[in-house]
Design a protein around this ligand. Structure first.
Ligand SMILES: [Fe+2]
Ligand SMILES: [Fe+2]
Length: 269
């Protein structure tokens, strides 16, 4: 089985930045890539209506199976609730949220959005500082409307995964979520306090602790950080893939196709 792994395509923002409609180029790339299926680990675009519309187009126009989990940008819903956006995306046939996908006789794919809880932030700031500053500084806050704290939202996904994993003890697992599970995959910048503060929004060490409990996880896949770490073999108990496309401002070049090729990871198992 050949699984093409991608994340953080941000097709709308990148189209805007490059002043060019990138979706046809993205669809051609997917059609030409030699793989059996594609996994997109979140942030395909901004807003759940927009992401659903793109997934509909991929379903019709791409010649291989598309698997998708929502990222924070896909879940933007304005005044509508976070959960309305989440369940609307979850109901899309490409979305694997809270599902167990058999890929072959040995491997299953399990994944969902995940969330952040400030546990990867700098120790200089405590939880209440993060929660207060979030309203002012973090762009998600303006576009997401949900009744739970970030820690509770992370708890929701962790408990869903625990339930699912009880059902697949005899399988090897490819696990994906959108958010960073370990501090190792955050970047600390000397003398850039603002940047370091925002590492709190990147993910949750509790997702990392969860992954470490399951030796059946052979591959862990995530994005959200727009730093490409590539394929990291034997990181604690699995091979980690963190190689997102990200946004034009994060790239070395302005070449969408070149950056997309650089971000693509092919898993064979
Ligand atoms: Fe992203
Ligand atoms: Fe993200």
């Amino acid at each position: 089985m050949k699984l093409l792994c991608l994340s953080d395509i941000h097709i709308d923002r990148n189209s805007h930045s490059l002043n060019k409609e990138l979706l046809p180029e993205f669809i051609s790339f997917l059609n030409e890539f030699e793989a059996d299926a594609v996994l997109i680990s979140g942030d395909i675009s901004t807003g759940y209506h927009n992401s659903i519309s793109i997934l509909n187009k991929l379903t019709v126009q791409v010649n291989k199976k598309i698997y998708f989990i929502p990222g924070n940008h896909d879940l933007y819903a304005g005044k509508e609730s976070f959960w309305k956006a989440y369940f609307s995306l979850k109901n899309h046939p490409c979305c694997i949220s809270n599902e167990i996908i058999p890929l072959n006789s040995e491997f299953v794919l399990v994944g969902d959005a995940g969330w952040f809880d400030y546990s990867l932030g700098t120790p200089t700031y405590n939880l209440s500082v993060y929660e207060n500053q979030k309203r002012r500084l973090w762009c998600d806050e303006k576009h997401l409307n949900f009744p739970f704290s970030d820690r509770q939202t992370t708890n929701y996904f962790l408990s869903q995964w625990r339930e699912q994993f009880e059902k697949i003890r005899d399988y090897q697992i490819i696990f994906c979520n959108h958010f960073v599970p370990w501090k190792h995959f955050t970047v600390f910048k000397e003398n850039d306090e603002k940047w370091n503060f925002f590492t709190g929004f990147l993910g949750s060490s509790r997702i990392g602790d969860f992954i470490e409990q399951y030796d059946q996880i052979k591959y862990t896949i995530f994005g959200h950080t727009h730093n490409r770490f590539g394929i990291v073999s034997d990181f604690i108990n699995s091979t980690v893939i963190c190689n997102p496309l990200g946004e034009v401002k994060d790239w070395k070049t302005n070449d969408f196709l070149g950056e997309l090729i650089d971000s693509a990871v092919l898993l064979e198992f």
